[in-house]
Every structure is written in C-alpha cells, then in structure tokens.
Design a protein around this ligand. Sequence first.
Ligand code: ADP
Length: 515
Amino acid sequence: MTQVLRILIIDDNPGDRALVIRELRREFPQFQPQEIREASGFASAVAAGEFDLVITDYQLGWSTGLEVLHTIKQQYPNCPVIMFTNTGSEEIAVEAMKSGLDDYVLKLPNRYIRIPAAVRVALERLQIKQRATLLEIRLQGLLNQLKLGIFRTYPDGNCIECNPAFLELLGLDSLSQASAMNLLNIHKYYSILQELPPPQQQEQEIQLQRADGRFIWVGLSIALNILEGQQVIDGLIEDITSRKQAEIEIQQLNQTLEERVRKRTAELEVANRDLAQKNQELAEVNQDLEAFAYSISHDLREPLRAIQAFGSILLENQDRQSNLENQKNYLQRIIASTQQADKLVQDLLEYSRLSRTEMPLQAINLSLLMIQILRQLELEITQQQARVQVEEPLAEVTGNPTILIQVVTNLLTNAIKFVAPGVQPQLRIWTEKRNKLVRFWVQDNGIGIKETHQKRIFNVFERLHSYEVYPGSGIGLAIVRKGVERMGGEVGVESQPGQGSRFWIDLPIVIDVNP
Ligand code: ADP
C-alpha cells in the first residue's frame, strides 16, 4: 500500500465531510481526502480510480449510498467502502453489507470517533485479503507446476476440483470429463476409506488405464474428509510408471539371472561329472595300456628268446663238427620263432586297426556269411577232419560284414583248435532270436575252459596254454570282443573243462526302416 492514504468522501453536507476529514486526520497524518459533492465529480473520480477507500453518505441528492457502493464494487471489487449516514434502516444496512459494504457508521456525535477505526479495520482487511490472494496465486502456480495430480471428489466420483497435472496425468481434458470417466474408481476407495478408523487415509500403488487407453502406474494417496458438512475425498496421484517398470525389469532380471546361474551350475556339475568320468576312463585306459605293454613285451620276448638261444647254440657249435641235422633243426626253430613273432605283430596290428577304422553297419544274412567263411576255412577243416553242423536258417543281424567275418572265423578256428589230442572237432552253429537281439552260437566238443578263466580269455595275450601245445597269439578273442562291441553287441562263453565250450555273440536285429 502507498504511504499516502487517498479517500473519496462522498457527502452532500460540507459539515459532515469536514467532520470526517477532521476525525481521519487525527489518526492518519498521510491522509489525502477527495471530496465528492455531485454526480459528475463522482464519475470522474471513479474513472480516474486514484483512491484507496470510499466513505459515502447513504442519502445523496444525486444518488444513494447503495448505488455508489455498487458502482465502486463493480469497478474496484477490492476497494473498501464505508457508509457514514444518519438515514437508512437496518434492512438497508444488511442489504449494503451483502453487496460488499465494509462497515457502517451512524452520524451520531458519539459515533464519529468510530470512523478512523472503521477505516483502519477495512484497510487491514483489504491488506489481509490482498495477501491471501497473492498467496493463493502463488499456491495455485506451485500446484500447476507440480507433477503431482491433486483432486477433490464426492464419494460417487464426481470431481469438485483438480489441478492441471491431475488431468494431464490421466490424459483428461476437463473436470467434467474426469467426473464422467471416473478413472480412479473413487466409489471403490470410498467404501474402503469408510471402513478405516480416523484418520481415514490410504496410500497404495495401482495400475490404471488413462483416457487414451495407455496403462500407467500411480502412487495414490486418499483421505476421507468433511467439507461444509459433505463427505469428500481428497487425493494425490503421482506417476510412478518409470520406477515401477524399472522395479519389474530388475525383478525379471533377477529371476533370469537366478535361472541362468542355476542352469550354469547344473551344466558345470554335469561337466564336472563328465570330467571325473573321463578321468576315471583315462586312468583305466592307462592301466590297460600298462598291462597291454607288459603283455606285448612279455609275449614278444618268448620267440625272441628262442631265436637268441638257438642262434647262440648255432654260433657256439660253428667250429665243432656238430650234427648237420641238429643245425637244421635249430634253424627251423629260429624260423618258427620269427613266424610266431610276426604273427603276434600282425594280430596286434589287426586288433589296433579295429579301434581306428570306420565301421558302417548294414543288414547281414548270417547264412550267406557262413558259406563264405566255411569256404575260407576249408583247408583247416579238412586237415583237422572237423565236422561243422550249421542249423539253418540263421537269422539276419545288423553289423559290419568284414568285421563279422573276422569275428566268426576266430571263433571257428579256436573251436577246431582247442580239442584234446586225437579228438575229431565237432562244431554246431545256430542262431536264436532274443527281443531286439540275435544270439549267434558256436559250440564245440573241445577241452573246455574253467569258469575262473572265462572272462580274461577275451583280453589281449590271455592264453591258457603254452605255444607248443596250442599255438596262437592270444589276440583272437580280444579281436572278437572289440569287433562285436563296435557293432553294438556283446560276447560270452559257457563252458566247463572237458565238456566243450559254447561261445555266443549278441548282435542287434535288422530294423526295417520301411515296414
Ligand atoms: P589264441 O587262440 O591265439 O591262443 P585267443 O585269444 O583266440 O588266443 O584265445 C585265448 C585263449 O582262450 C586260448 O589260448 C585258449 O586257452 C582259450 N580258448 C579260446 N577258445 C577256446 C575254445 N574254443 N576252447 C577252449 N579254450 C579256448
């Protein structure tokens, strides 16, 4: 407010005007009166608007105090107006107050003194009102800037007021649209709030659909209040979509992370188990290799020792007139030993080749295969006067023909070889279907094998007899086992010493691809 206090004093009576001026001067030294006597003066003063307050009489020759009041309030709604009059009833006073009159002072000697007080109160009230207006403007400005949606509704969802952020957040155009769409489902929360003890408030995070159909997450705080005897719901909403999405993403990430860790751990466990198994296998292979190397050197030394021994004898007897027949005999034995060594090396090569060569499998007609094998063994069979009985028809199996020929040949050669002296070898060959396998049998009337030896004879260099009694390399059955295993089968023997042996091999049956 300016330092100078400018007051319009509207009164036809110069005495009364002077009275007012005198009373006010006492209280307000900076007071500047502008006296209005007639309509034109009033009109130009109103037009100029250079006054802070108006004091008017009720009864004017050219107007009434009420009209003055209306004119002033219409153009300057905040300008205080005080009526100073000796006329007018209480009704007029009431009506004037309703129209915005700030105070009413009667023209009575003991009341003049009230004029400065009325002016002071009116000015103070104006000041408070102006400050309140300023505050409200600032508050409104702040609320408008806030990203926080503020609203007040009736329990049925009808919106009383809201800030722009509320509308923007929910994609609404107006308060009426907010009421019509009731996107927050206010009545639902009203029932919840009603059940709560005071203060009836609630906060929660909810997902809702905006007016444009987009889903968002909001933090909603609501309270049930009473306003002028009416229940209302006051609330705040805040857009928390980004935070919520981040939370959900973190949650999902954690879940997938856990899942990945679990999967990776499982994979590692499997890998560890595989590694342990491989190590175990490697250790076994190493053991086998050691045993194998030992056997090779052991078995190879036998013919070499013989060569060495007979060679030395020959050398020592060079000068002596040794028997020519003897010398021939020694040389023959040297040759036999080299042959034995050569056979050993050859069989070993055959055995190692078995592990390395490709082995395509196919359907094999065993009957046809037997014809081929028996033809190859004809000389041996005739020499030993062996009798071979094949129980036709033999089944079909899945295998590799080259390997199978070798496997069966080895079994038959053994069956012919391992008979007691003077016994005519008798062989019986047949097949037996067993579920998804075919069992191929070779039975002989030979010397038989003790049960304790039946497993180890399938290992390399495992022989139960000396070379002199039953010549051989000790690799034949090892080739049988490896060959059968590589064709997906198994091998075994049923035997008792002196009772003959029954060797068997299991091979997969032929699976008809196009039934
Ligand atoms: P090789 O026949 O060269 O000695 P194998 O590996 O074929 O070697 O056989 C290993 C051993 O198993 C033989 O030395 C023999 O003692 C025993 N054996 C193999 N077949 C028979 C059989 N049909 N009857 C009795 N013993 C056998």
